[in-house]
Design a protein around this ligand. Structure first.
Ligand SMILES: Cc1ncc(COP(=O)(O)O)c(C=O)c1O
Length: 453
């Protein structure tokens, strides 16, 4: 085999890329990364990048946390792999479930493990279908989510995701209904107050339930802050308006906390930050601080009881993954929770969030920034051609990609999403590193806006 020479050429020759703009890769080459140092990653050429996306939101303790690495090594030496089928599971799995219920907003509950956030959402949907059928409502199967939601890529979680790109797969499947995205700045109508906007979304939910029939709706899934939708915090009072309607119609509310979990919004859960109590939580990413692929469904007391009863009735929940509750993943997750909560990481997010916001507020004065939005350590700046009318740039200009590419050239990784640039750094970021992030971002914004405006 004639092997291409450079890392970049080898990557392109033999790898298929997920969610990657291929013309950009052909043009600029792949960034091939070898290792990390704190919040930085280093490529094969020795270039350092401040990763203001924490990998994919998940490497919250940085890329070389010694305690995390030691916990993984120790568990690999003790017991390197097992499952959670047939009435067996590892001691680490038992301990992690206890810990997850303890740190959840629930007084009691039960946990089921997967390998990813997508699988956790799929699992939750299957659990709801299973539960409603066992309770004599096999037709209670439809799933409500919102436009701009991101719940994953498996066939079910992609159907839940409210993004037009899934049409290339012929998705969503039937029975997945997307409601209005609660982004007031973008979807509020002319002269509509935020309160009126929320009331309109609540009415929409009532109308959809009336049209479809509550007995056909299995559950409502929502990210507290829509992450991959472009970091969209809910309009004020949104969850308070939605939850009573769901409760009234016996529609479980599932908080997809794959991004917002374990401190990203400044509290352990996004549900806490926005003051609502879900029926279940979906967790992944930060659960292991990105050191192991793992997802979890955390059921609150009522669903835990109902699902438990349904399982007893047919003597089995016929679902699970080979690596569900993997002992190394569980040991890593136990350590990650400890590190985030007890090594000052969650506190650092709370301490530095005001400075983060202040800097964004300053950048948002630029004529081509329409909005800054976010919370804790997850924020976005939205580029606009015209600030007053909120008119976006022509898509062909690829403004956010150009900003992100210019940042990469300057040694900063940030993520283009639609016309927004997303910043979600590791929780270990220092104030000085935050300054570095903003200096590089501002230089990139000024360069690109000078080219396109
Ligand atoms: C809110 C949310 N849910 C689910 C997922 C899917 O997780 P995974 O990529 O681990 O399948 C993601 C991934 O970004 C996410 O942001």
């Amino acid at each position: 085999m004639n092997q291409p020479q450079s890392w970049e050429a080898r990557a392109e020759e033999f790898s298929l890329y997920g969610f990657t703009d291929m013309p950009s890769v052909h043009d600029r080459g792949t960034v091939v990364v070898t290792h990390g140092e704190g919040p930085y990653v280093v490529d094969v050429h020795g270039r350092r990048y401040l990763d203001a996306n924490s990998g994919l939101w998940n490497m919250v303790a940085g890329f070389d946390h010694k305690g995390m690495i030691d916990a993984a090594k120790a568990q690999y030496e003790r017991f390197p792999g097992y499952h959670a089928f047939f009435g067996r599971m590892s001691d680490q799995t038992v301990m992690l479930s206890e810990k997850l219920v303890e740190v959840s907003p629930f007084a009691s509950g039960k946990v089921f493990y997967t390998n990813s956030g997508s699988e956790a959402n799929d699992t939750m949907v299957k659990m709801l279908w299973f539960l409603h059928a066992a309770e004599g409502k096999p037709q209670k199967r439809k799933i409500l989510t919102r436009w701009n939601a991101y719940h994953g890529v498996t066939a079910v979680s992609a159907s839940m995701t409210g993004k037009p790109y899934n049409s290339v797969f012929g998705l969503p499947m039937e029975g997945f209904i997307h409601l209005t995205c609660p982004h007031y700045w973008r979807f509020g109508e002319k002269d509509e107050t935020e309160e009126q906007f929320v009331a309109r979304l609540a009415r929409e939910l009532e109308d959809v339930i009336a049209r479809e029939g509550a007995d056909t709706i299995a559950g409502f899934f929502a990210e507290p802050v829509q992450g991959a939708g472009g970091v969209i915090p809910p309009a004020k009072g949104y969850f308070q308006a939605i939850l009573p309607i769901l409760k009234k119609h016996d529609i479980p509310m599932i908080s997809d906390e794959v991004i917002t979990g374990f401190g990203r919004t400044g509290n352990t859960w996004g549900a806490e930050t926005y003051g609502f109590m879900p029926d279940a939580i979906i967790s992944s990413k930060n659960l292991t601080a990105g050191f192991f692929p793992m997802g979890a469904v955390i059921l609150g007391p009522e669903l835990a009881k109902r699902v438990g009863d349904a399982v007893e009735a047919i003597e089995e929940f016929p679902h699970g993954f080979t690596a569900s509750g993997h002992p190394v993943g569980c040991a890593i997750a136990l350590k990650a929770i400890d590190v985030v909560m007890n090594e000052g990481l969650a506190q650092n997010v709370r301490d530095l969030a005001p400075r983060f916001e202040q800097e964004l507020q300053r950048l948002a004065q630029k004529p081509n920034i329409g909005e800054y939005r976010g919370v804790g350590f997850m924020w976005a700046l939205e580029a606009v051609k015209d600030k007053a009318t909120k008119t976006p740039f022509d898509g062909k200009l690829s403004v956010s990609e150009r900003i992100a590419n210019t940042c990469t050239d300057l040694g900063l990784i940030c993520r283009p999403l639609g016309q927004s640039v997303v910043l979600a750094p590791p929780f270990i970021l220092t104030a000085a590193q935050m300054d570095e992030m903003f200096q590089k971002l501002e230089a990139a914004l000024d360069k690109v806006f000078a080219e396109v405006a």
